[in-house]
Write a protein that binds this ligand. Sequence first.
Ligand code: B12
Length: 491
Amino acid sequence: MIVLFHPRATRPRNRRLPLAVLALAAVLEGREEYEIVDGNLEDDPTAVILGLIDRHNVELLGVSTMPGPQMVAAMETSREIRRLRPDVKICWGGYFPSIYPESALNARYVDFIVRGQGEDTLLELMDALRGRRSFESILGLSYKDQFGLQRSNAERPMKGPDEFPWSPFHRLPTETYLRPSFFGKRTAVHHASIGCPFNCSFCGVHAAYGNKEKMESPERTVAILTHLVERYGADSVQFYDMNFFLREDHARELCDRMAHLNLRWWCEARVDIMSRYSDETFAAIKRAGCTMIFFGAESGSDWVLDEMQKGITTAQTLEIAKRTYQFGIIPEFSFVIGNPNDPERDTRETLRFIRKIKRINPDSEIIIQHYTPTPQTHKAGGEMYGNIDAKINFPDTPAEWATKEWMDFTLRIDTHAPWLKMKTKRLIDNFEIVVGSRWPTVQDIRAPQWSRRLLKMLSAWRYALHIYSFPVELHLANHLIALRKPKRESL
Ligand code: B12
């Protein structure tokens, strides 16, 4: 038996379908005996895994892990299983081992790591474990040889979603994953494409997927959505693709085909691509139920966008702010502030730019993040954005990644960036709370109306007068609101 483990990545009330293990389960279905254990559902997943090991012949524990708290949960369970059942082989896959392969493999309790797309690699690994092929012949696999030395095989070329079977939703209590959100009472998640063809030098996606994107056929996307609607009652969906709208003809066809499902949905897109779309396509997107689109606007300075190799301009972002307003779609603009070469200028210009966006489209949701470097070792000549490779030493082991300092880094709470003066960091954080109070996010469905009114009232003068420092009253108000929010979700 294979146990696919998805360690806890979020609070139970925010749980989503664990797409990574479902994608792996799809290729195991009907060929291998397997079980999925989801840490977002189970109180004690380690005990559940131990129970499975005791009742079955478990040949492999496959652990899916993203950087962040999910990696810590992966580490704790893997360590415990290795201590109590040392014969079970453990394989890590997902974004953490794909971006930091050596660090993951340095753990004594990790025998194999799968970099990038995992379906075929997992099947081939099972063959190798059963002595039917060699480990060195498996693309995308890193492992320890008989002398304990790390071996890393070549990358595996990526396949498109249509080349794999559908996720076996029946192997999970799928209905319990459709949670209330701003988009509906029962929000599902789906990935309608994989990979990203762009080269942004702050992003971790190429480490897992190179620089290609492969799209699912519109027929298949609609068939899966129809299944989620008819079988599980989904009324809304979040598309987790890196670029949902890569091609206009594809977007148009998909939107026309899915309109009858009456779903309200969210997706991620690029401002350069969508600013070239026609009004008819925007209207079709809106008709199909698109409610909100996430855009990586990243900066209010074109010189910063160039340094990031982002491939967009600030003019395109403003254009999108305008057009989404015209078509009644909420844009969610995300910013990565703190250019290592001139963080002060980047911050000044970006805050000014965000104010401009709000003037054009006050409905815009604003997400502010501190620049958190991610290794670009998988790209030819890949240097991290800001040329800071020499200034940062990433941890060598999962245990070091799990320390408070590196968790704060991963979660973008405090990156300890040597180029960011405390004064500038504070300005970014203070601006974030002022703008977030002046326009509280519509996505917090548990926030009562009074709390929105209170935050708007308290922050209006600060925003109007550009006074962001010491927003103590806003911190207090947010704290109070968090305490008073209903514990159980309701719409
Ligand atoms: C959904 C999602 C989340 C969800 C939860 C995901 C979950 N696992 O439950 C939430 C919202 C909780 C989340 C949170 C965070 N996320 Co997130 N998230 C994503 C997102 C949008 C989709 C991931 C996904 O489901 N992909 C679909 C599956 C099918 O693909 P996959 O995960 O790559 O799995 C394949 C392979 O990796 C491999 N594989 C995976 N696991 C395994 C296991 C085995 C055994 C094997 C063999 C293979 C294998 O095979 C799978 C099938 O091919 C990605 C961006 C993206 N579009 O990919 C970001 C992404 C993974 N997140 C990211 C980050 C940074 C975070 C946060 C740290 C953000 C923050 N500041 O808080 C947090 C940390 C969360 C935590 N607790 O650890 C980054 C990671 C890269 C990086 N820069 O470090 C990404 C890439 C976004 C980005 N562009 O920066 N996230």
